[in-house]
Structure formats: C-alpha cells, structure tokens
Design a protein around this ligand. Structure first.
Ligand code: C2E
Ligand code: MG
Ligand code: MG
Ligand code: MG
Length: 288
C-alpha cells in the first residue's frame, strides 16, 4: 500500500515497517497538522549582561502545545522536523512570530537589545533564506539590528563555500550572528577568522561541570579569551549555579543565560520581567 504524503513524495506504509520509522512518519503527520492548527508557540529565555546585570537579549525557544500530550520541547520533535524538511515552514513561522513579538514589545517601550532565533541547517541551505529574512523584517517592521541568528558549527560547516557568502549578506542587512553550542561541532579555528560572526555561545556541556572539571574550566576560559581576542562577544548558556556564574564573571564573559537567572518563559511573563527592569533602570536604553 502506498499513501500520498503531499508534495511529490510517496511514502510506503507496511506492517513490516520498523517501529521507529512508523513513529517518525506519525510524528511528521502530527507536525504537519500542528502547523495547520497553529500549535507552535514561542518561549523566550533571557540573556543577561554580566557587567550591568541587565536583561539584554532573549533567545526564542520553540514549544509545541500538543492537544493531547501538552507542552512538548524541541528535543522531541526537532529531529523529525529537520529530517522531513518541515523545519523550514516551522522555522519561518518562528522567525515571523519572534519579529511580531519584538515589535509588540518595542511599541510598549520594552524591547531589549536583541532577540535571538535558532536557525537549522535545512533553513540555512535554502536559496531563498536571505530573501525570507529580509521580507519578514520588512513585513513585520522589526529592525534587523535587533535580530540575532544562532547558527551551530554544523550549520556553518554543512554549507561549504556558500556559508561565507550567506553570512556576509546577513551582516550587510544588519543582522547579528552567533555561533551556538560553540566547541561541540567540528569547525576549525581558521573558520572563525573567515566567518563574520559577532558572538560565540559557549555550549552548556562545558558550563555544566565548570567548577568540578578543570578541563572544562580551561576550555571555557580559553573560549572567552579567544572570542575577545577576535573581537567577538561571548555568551555562556546553561548557567545553573552561583559558582558557575562567578567563574564566568571572573573570566570576563560578556553575557550569561541559564536556569539560575531564568528559565525560558512565555511572552506574557517576559513582558512582566521587562516592565520590572524598566522601572529599575529607567534611563537604560539601547546602544545603536
Ligand atoms: P539551544 O539553542 O542550544 O538552546 C538551549 C537549550 O538549553 C534550550 O533547550 C534551553 O531551554 C536549555 N537551557 C537553557 N538554560 C539551561 C540551563 O540552565 N540548564 C539546562 N539544563 N538547560 C538549559 P530547549 O528549549 O529544549 O531547546 C533545545 C534545542 O532545540 C535548542 O538548543 C535548539 O538547538 C533547538 N531549538 C529550539 N527552538 C528552535 C527553533 O525555533 N528553531 C530551531 N531550528 N531549533 C530550535
Ligand atoms: Mg540556541
Ligand atoms: Mg545553544
Ligand atoms: Mg546547546
């Protein structure tokens, strides 16, 4: 038996099909429905300036409000979204929703310096990516300078020569760029020089054992120094303890993000946080 899947692909569905492939196909169909029914929502995790202690950025983290299973995190559906290519329409929707939310905050005088959006390989590989981003910015009225794109080393390395061209086009638009999960991929340091990236984001796996494992401590310290020597800013993700925070402060890390400071939150809760901060530091406005 064959079943028409939409687009041009025909999928075969047999009882012999292994359970994993079956589950994936089922998840894929559910993801397609989730797009139609608009079941995706954005959470935002604050990024704090270690110097001033202010909220300077928000990372957009996708959630799926499943009608039966409740709130589902990306680790459960991102592999299938990537594999099926559904990450492209999903990612476009995330980008648009993030820009719209940014404009809403701006209109209330609450917008932080930046909103960071994760971009997958499948999105980055598309010919029309630059166009989609510039159109989304134009249509929503969100300022390119307030948008940060998080690209992993894998995303950057998967695209060969096209990568530098794409990154340059994004920089020319005024978009801010960060390497996510830095240190976990297999990019070479030579690429750091070549890629017009603004920020390194130290992966949580190094931050986790920072205070117990001297190797992780050395890697984190070296990454901060490397970033600064290359004129990049450095952010650490997954900060969970005061000891980790103190280490990062002592080593001059620019920004931090993690459960210690705040978990990813829905937009309404972020609005409250931003209001509270505005009251605390009324003069704090955004540098160009
Ligand atoms: P990521 O971009 O590296 O995001 C950081 C992940 O670490 C998030 O998980 C966040 O909730 C979690 N996290 C933050 N602080 C802490 C902490 O202190 N401790 C611990 N244990 N975890 C912390 P989340 O939201 O489950 O997202 C997982 C991954 O899914 C993200 O990793 C990113 O690669 C991907 N992802 C999320 N949203 C999107 C999206 O809109 N598009 C794409 N392409 N990928 C996304
Ligand atoms: Mg990220
Ligand atoms: Mg990350
Ligand atoms: Mg990570």
């Amino acid at each position: 038996r064959s079943k028409r899947q939409g687009g041009h692909s025909v999928q075969f569905y047999t009882p012999e099909m292994n359970a994993e492939a079956h589950d994936r196909l089922q998840l894929e169909n559910e993801l397609r429905k989730a797009l139609e029914r608009d079941e995706f929502l954005l959470y935002f995790q604050p990024q704090w300036d270690l110097g001033g202690g202010t909220l300077v950025g928000l990372e957009v983290l996708l959630r799926w409000q499943h009608p039966v299973h409740g709130l589902i995190g990306p680790d459960r559906f991102m592999p299938t979204a990537e594999h099926s290519g559904l990450i492209v329409p999903i990612g476009n929707r995330v980008l648009r929703a993030a820009c719209e939310q940014g404009v809403a905050w701006r209109e209330q005088g609450l917008l932080p310096q930046r909103i960071a959006v994760n971009i997958s390989s499948r999105q980055f590989q598309r010919q029309d990516m630059i166009e989609v981003i510039s159109r989304t910015l134009a249509e929503t009225g969100f300022d390119a300078g307030r948008l940060e794109l998080e690209l992993t080393e894998t995303v950057l390395m998967d695209n060969g020569d096209a990568t530098v061209t794409m990154l340059r086009a994004l920089k020319a638009m005024g978009v801010h760029l960060a390497i996510d999960d830095f240190g976990t991929g297999y990019s070479s340091l030579a690429y750091l020089k070549l890629f017009p990236i603004d920020r390194l984001k130290i992966d949580r796996s190094f931050v986790m054992d920072l205070t117990h494992d001297s190797d992780d401590a050395a890697i984190v310290a070296a990454t901060i120094a490397l970033g600064h020597n290359l004129n990049r800013t450095v952010i650490a993700e997954g900060v969970e303890t005061p000891a980790q925070l103190e280490f990062l402060r002592q080593h001059g890390c620019d920004l931090v993000q993690g459960y210690l400071l705040s978990r990813p939150l829905p937009a309404e809760e972020i609005t409250e946080l931003l209001r509270a901060q505005r009251v605390a530091t009324p003069e704090a406005d955004v540098p160009a």
